[in-house]
Design a protein around this ligand. Structure first.
Ligand code: ZN
Ligand code: ZN
Length: 304
């Protein structure tokens, strides 16, 4: 299909927000919390370390020495809880660069991941991880150009852009671009009333794929019984607005509410697709393959 030097494949390992939601009612979309893998021009990128990263790690263990970069959106549980169970991080021959923003209390990405593995939270410390771990602190707005050791051409460089999202304590959105193709990972963000978030509009401009926090429906968000205003999440209706304003080619509805079972999400899918051509619901095991032409091709894979 592709040589490694030109492949751009997105794979979803965890698509659920807030808390893992296993069980018969979520089996088709999946119950693991956020983890998205991108293989981009020979670079292996992982976005968030929710419980989905455990399954990615299991696959990586069968592959031999691994070199990858992990980008964290923020440190809420559902985005880091899988990290202590990411088996490749315990294996000496593997290496990982881990990126995350400085937290509001000034702690670094290394400190945040270390704290969740201290007693009484977890039996062994971060220092037990025997792989070569490098931690990189980010400031939202940073741009990174990833060198590619195997392919000696500037065409094969991967550009990462970042932006601050609207979430309690902050979160980072990422745009990954290579060879004229781009995917935006924007989860844990709340829309603004009556205007599109300018940070997101810029980040998602003309993107081939936008993965967006669509935890609620508009009705749930504005519910009188339990309003979700200020909780830091958005709706599928706002996802459609953003995707259309930014000229996105394919919208991916992501960070599903744990209370939304498969049938509920099927109904959301139908409603989204009526308003936004090509939009899809994220589900575990789904892959999106970006062709070198500007049209992304959706390749469904059976749920895991
Ligand atoms: Zn979340
Ligand atoms: Zn969050």
């Amino acid at each position: 299909m592709f040589s490694d030097s030109e492949a751009f494949v997105v794979k979803f390992w965890g698509v659920r927000g807030s808390i893992p939601s296993p069980g018969g009612e979520t089996i088709r979309y999946g119950g693991n919390t956020p983890c998205v893998e991108m293989q981009v021009c020979g670079e292996r990128l992982i976005f968030d370390a929710g419980t989905g990263i455990r399954c990615l790690g299991k696959q990586m263990m069968a592959e031999g020495p691994i070199s990858a970069r992990l980008f964290l959106s923020h440190y809420h549980w559902d985005h880091v809880q899988g990290f202590p169970f990411f088996e490749p991080a315990f294996t000496p021959e593997n290496q990982f660069e881990i990126y995350g923003a400085i937290a509001l209390d000034g702690s670094t990405v290394e400190q945040r991941l270390g704290l969740q593995m201290l007693h009484p939270n977890f039996p062994v410390s971060l220092q037990i991880m025997a792989s070569n771990l490098t931690f990189r602190d980010l400031v939202p707005g940073d741009r990174l150009s990833l060198g590619n050791s195997r392919y000696d051409s500037s065409n094969n460089r991967v550009l990462i852009e970042t932006a601050l999202l609207n979430h309690p304590g902050g979160a980072v959105g990422y745009r990954v671009s290579a060879q004229g193709r781009s995917v935006v990972y924007a989860t844990d963000t709340e829309h603004y009333p009556n205007r599109v978030d300018p940070n997101l509009l810029h980040l998602a401009r003309q993107a081939d794929v936008l993965i967006y926090d669509s935890t609620y429906t508009d009705d749930e968000y504005h519910s009188r019984r339990c309003s979700k205003v200020g909780w830091g999440h958005s709706t599928w209706q706002e996802a459609v607005k953003l995707a259309q304003a930014a000229g996105v080619k394919q919208l991916v509805i992501f960070h599903h509410d744990p209370a939304h079972n498969d049938d509920f999400l099927d109904n959301v899918a139908a409603a989204v697709q009526e308003r936004c051509m090509g939009a899809v619901m994220a589900r575990e095991g789904m892959e999106i393959v970006l062709q070198r032409s500007p049209i992304a091709v959706y390749s469904p894979v059976s749920p895991v």
